[in-house]
Design a binder for this molecule. Sequence first.
Ligand code: 26W
Length: 821
Amino acid sequence: TWKKFAVQKFDSKDSFENSFVRHVETTLARSLYNCDELAAYQATSETIRDNLITDWNKTQQKQTAKDQKRVYYFSLEFLMGRALDNALINTKTRDLVRDSVDDLGFNLEDLIQKEPDAALGNGGLGRLAACFVDSLSSGEYPAWGYGIRYQYGIFAQKIIDGYQVETPDYWLKFNNPWEIARNEIQIPIDFYGYVEHTKNDNGVKKSNWIGGERVIATAFDFPVPGYDTKNVNNLRLWSAQPTTEFDFAKFNSGDYQNSVQDQQRAETITAVLYPNDNFDSGKELRLKQQYFWVAASLHDIIRRFKKSKRPWSEFTDQVAIQLNDTHPTIAIVELQRILVDLEGLPWDQAWSIVTNTFGYTNHTVLPEALEKWPVELFQRLLPRHLEIIYDINLFFLQTVEKQFPKDRELLSRVSVIEESQPRQIRMAYLAIIGSHKVNGVAELHSELIKTTIFKDFVKIYGVSKFTNVTNGITPRRWLKQANPELAELIESKLGSDAYLKDLTLLKKLEEYADDSDFVKKWAQVKTNNKARLIGLIKRLTNIEIPNPEALFDIQVKRIHEYKRQQLNIFGVIHRYLQIKKASPEERKSFAPKVSIFGGKSAPGYYAAKLIIKLINSVAETINNDPDVGDLLKVVFIPDYNVSKAEIIAPASDLSEHISTAGTEASGTSNMKFVLNGGLIIGTVDGANVEITREIGEENIFLFGNLSENVEEIRYSHRYNGYQLPESLEEVISAIEANKFGDGNEFRQLVESIKYHGDHYLVGDDFESYLKAQELVDESFKDTKEWVKKSILSVANSGFFSSDRAINEYAEGIWNVESINT
Ligand code: 26W
């Protein structure tokens, strides 16, 4: 009888429209006469969601029946962006839905725009997690993502008088059709309190943590559809709620108001995403977020495991957990606590389960980004966890001591506890000790962690514990969705859309690199995408880009000194000064160019904010200088986010990935630009190295000092002094001469380069950068050659699919198989 009532998925225009109308009238309680675009977006989404949930249910049933090992991806950030367009593409219903909403009097593109971005992440790490869940679903892996459902995502950036102003991103203003509230799932999470030490009847020591404050974790599920498959995985995000247990002492004393207020505080745990990228601020609330999310997720996983009635020895045949950076490292301690304190396993058996469960991905070598927590804070917030950390550290140091007797220096270097004032817990070390594999995110970076920050651990564990998985991006969102015209052109030559599942098939495009008809079409797609970006720029900044044939030179990413937007803007100033010096006749030899920037600064990062202001001031001067005309335009696109990236990436001729060598772990926007037919100017850093290897060095503009020389150069700056090149001095003089607003304002920026060691080697790389830019100009003049480079780059970018990255994790780290194998 159940079968008879099974929910029908829409599969035709008729059934779609039927469901749409039903959702308008019942779910939204609106009449069709009063259905605006927002309502139409919601009814469309609800209809798609019905299909997803149907498949989601079947997927979960199938995975439960198969009962194989599952992978859980723990990430404090999931930078998902919009869901509707992506769902349409992945379920291959886009054309049908476009026609249907057209029938109903709406334009699909307009409806898509109504959706707010799910911006629950800062930058690279959060977007990587989003690409990974797409690939896990598409590859039909039994996999869940676990994170936090922040009420406020990354702030929205406004530019006022050239300055960044942050405004809150309350993204849940309207009903969110893409989440399923699981109010029935209520997991108690404790904080504070004390530890009780007792002995059981056999004289064995027992520890029992009595929590002092309790909040409830409730689940919200986000279905993640795979591409061209019915597989729909789950992304479970936790939200904090008050308990319904009141503080009766307060309550009885008549202090009702305060009793309620205490409860309300619970919700602040998941209220807001910390907006720091690559900087550890060490705030108590952040540690609370981490424990809250990790404890709830482990509780969920263990509940699922226990249903199978297996012995604990089989836990690691069923569960793999990946730690996306050190943010979830407390999971290592929590699992050990559950196994030892609550399940009564012997320490060693528990520890072996723990270490075989976890894998740890490192995303940065910057010292200021490595998480450390004061011991005192742990003592208060998670007293039992601190004890366990001490024990983990003790046993670890004992084995090190055995292996390297009498090397006290080594012991203090690798200790989880840093003996500083105040004493701190080094989360990266804890993550290494508690995992069976540690990976970096690009070859160069994975080599660097072995030879610098984790060198001692290679000595202790051997090199095989450390591995590389080069990042990737999902071709569904970053090619098909962002660049439909290019996808169509590619499909016309490859004969099918199979490349979206096996991106290496792009290789075949090489055959057409000299086909003049194809080259022409390829160039036309780029021009169209540039026109789309010109429209966006006009809408957001009111700046007119008069010449769509100009070279679009783009740098969009978080603003950070190590990413060196300052090098880029100094280069722009240099160009401007050259144009000014040239005679009207000479000016004709300059290739017209548009320099485009975008990205957010952490709210408390003063130097990064100054860089934003400088870019805007330079734009103001240059864009209004009649001497310059169409030769140079400078644009800062406000509020860079995933949706804007989808318009920006397809529109680049050139993009900039110019970090100081050795500082950018991988970069993923470099991959997005290459996949969309843009060329790269970049340093020998992160995944640029592998991009060069794949596409050929004749197709990329590399410059700058190599990572192996950076420390030496910094040392020399400090002890021998240094001189900036003439070209850079000239740029700085122009700033100081108030050519771009009040030069005094940029003093700190200038001084850090001129007098304080130039930590990011702007001066050392400047001339080499300018030379690379000259080469760019030269190459761009030869359109045919340029387009050929573009085609060859795309043809050879197949390696950078997140599908490939996920397959590597599955095989090399998780030992998890796709459901169909
Ligand atoms: C504790 C504060 C904090 C917050 C975020 C420290 C570090 C982070 C992230 C790890 C920063 C981040 O997003 N890193 C980027 O990760 C990408 C995905 O692997 C890489 O492509 C980027 O190179 C790296 O900067």
